[in-house]
Write a protein that binds this ligand. Structure first.
Ligand code: SAH
Length: 257
């Protein structure tokens, strides 16, 4: 029986899947892809005759049943998720169901959209003396978020924040972040469809971003990025400072760790 491969498709650009993910797609007899987000251009990697299912219209049971039937026939199966499957991928329940059926599986990571968004912004999220922390979160929607992780409470840290699944309620998001501690002129950006040909980038501040995003009619498949890293004077990284000695380079100054 073949191992089922749960594969991260990356954020959209078909060249941003891993080499391993691409090979598995090319070899698959059956592909089940998350149709609401995965770029269909990735399916061009499938071989002729490959059976392709869009899971957007399927239930968990239907997905698992389709996988079970395929592996029993000796087919190789790829379950294709957007970005990296570990982030809002709803893969835990699929993996647990496969475990119960004693179907072997592995996971191939992918480039998450919060990283493709940094690339689109040409931005480092972890700037010395600005923020060394990236918070990945979402606003509560149909999936609740534990109260101790509310945007308001996370805002206290004033770290770099990447907020998934929430652009349709950006005005509420900005309000909560300001209530939690960010100043209203904290820089904010929204990247829609990072790495797709139709990628859009909107930049503003917490107090202006919702209006700007509305003007661009962006209401889904977008990342909200908030934090001073987007616009501030930062300290130079120690890593490339001439006087800094580390494991791979002898610097001109006193030894530092
Ligand atoms: N596993 C995916 C996230 C799935 S949840 C990942 O690692 O990226 C779906 C949310 O991801 C969307 O609502 C949006 O916030 C974000 N997203 C997915 N693809 C995106 C893209 N290409 N650009 C910007 N945001 C994206």
């Amino acid at each position: 029986m073949h191992t089922v491969h749960i594969v991260g498709a990356g954020p959209g650009d078909p060249e941003l899947i891993t080499v391993k993910g691409q090979r598995l797609l090319q070899q698959a007899d059956v592909i089940i892809y998350a149709g609401s987000l995965v770029n269909p251009a990735l399916l061009d990697y499938a071989k002729p005759g490959c059976q392709i299912h869009n899971s957007a219209s399927m239930t968990l049971d239907e997905v698992i049943h389709t996988i079970e039937k395929a592996v029993k026939k000796g087919f190789s199966v790829v379950r294709l998720h957007t970005g990296d499957p570990a982030i809002y991928g709803a893969i835990q329940e699929q993996m647990d169901a496969l475990k119960k059926l004693a179907i072997d599986f592995d996971v191939v990571p992918g480039v998450s959209s919060f990283l493709a968004s940094a690339a689109a912004l040409r931005q480092e999220y972890t700037l010395p003396e600005i923020s060394q922390t990236v918070i990945i979160t979402r606003n509560a929607g149909r999936t609740p978020v534990p109260e101790k992780e509310s945007l308001k409470s996370l805002a206290v840290h004033k770290a770099t924040m990447c907020i998934f699944l929430s652009v349709h309620m950006l005005d509420k998001v900005a309000e909560e972040l300001i209530a939690g501690g960010y100043s209203s002129d904290t820089p904010a950006a929204v990247v829609q469809k990072a790495s797709w040909p139709e990628q859009k980038v909107v930049r503003g501040q917490l107090k202006t971003i919702a209006e700007k995003v509305k003007e661009q009619s962006i209401d889904k498949t977008a990342m909200i990025i908030v934090g001073d890293c987007l616009e501030s004077d930062y300290a130079l990284s120690r890593l490339y400072a001439p006087e800094f000695t580390h494991m791979y380079r002898k610097g001109t100054g006193a030894e530092e760790k």
